[in-house]
Ligand binder design. Structure first.
Ligand code: CA
Length: 224
């Protein structure tokens, strides 16, 4: 899953980026409100961590403009303002949660996970036919047999399973699994699909990973 951090204080942003990456998120960093708004509008992030006091465009304005653009990305607002009226203002402006600075990284992480668990689609376990993915244990089995995946393979498979029955493009996969530091081509997705086919489909009667001609890929138990 991919997260955007919009934060101008290097000490805070370093902690956030390092900690979130250690927790297997793909993370992008914007250091002012303008850049943050641009990225958040262009890319479909799973969550945005947004500082209130930012250069160029303050966090509240970023939030309002983002919501006005139709985005329903989950936003956690970070701020040194601890008055109840400020929290209320933040939430009324479209934030999903509010965290007062200074905060412990553990609390931030717990809140990010809570935010991402909120939608129906984010269940702890995903299953397509006999293929099962456990998000809590980060484990994958097929027919009850454990499949060992690298971190990146897991992320690609998780994205495919989350969109089971729907064709996804290479760009969509890259956007959700890699961060902005990734400068390769979207055909990296083909490489990972190959790895996954070897591990998930090879040796099983029914293939689950299908090529959606002219689109990309689709994970489904239905014959295509
Ligand atoms: Ca700030």
């Amino acid at each position: 899953m991919r997260i955007l951090v919009i934060e101008d204080e290097p000490r805070v942003s370093r902690t956030l980026v390092k900690g979130l990456e250690a927790d297997h998120f793909a993370v992008d960093l914007a250091e002012d409100g303008e850049e943050g708004l641009q990225l958040a509008t262009e890319i479909d992030y799973d969550a945005v961590l947004l500082d209130w006091n930012l250069p160029k465009l303050d966090g509240l304005t970023v939030l309002k403009k983002l919501r006005k653009s139709g985005s329903n990305t989950r936003v956690l607002l970070l701020s040194g303002r601890k008055e109840v009226s400020d929290r209320v203002l933040g939430l009324q402006s479209g934030a999903d949660d509010y965290l007062v600075k200074p905060f412990s990284f553990e609390e931030l992480l717990a809140r990010v996970h809570a935010l991402l668990r909120r939608p129906m689609e984010l269940l702890d376990k995903l299953a397509v036919e006999d293929l099962e993915l456990d998000r809590v244990r980060r484990s994958v089995t097929r027919g009850g047999k454990t499949i060992n995946l690298t971190q990146r393979e897991y992320s690609v498979l998780e994205y495919l399973m989350r969109n089971a029955g729907r064709a996804v493009t290479r760009t969509m996969v890259v956007e959700h699994v890699w961060n902005l530091g990734f400068e390769g081509l979207t055909n990296i997705v083909d490489v990972y699909i190959n790895y996954l086919r070897q591990k998930v489909d090879h040796g099983y009667a029914k293939p689950l990973i299908h090529t959606a001609r002219g689109v990309g890929y689709m994970l489904t138990g239905q014959d295509s």
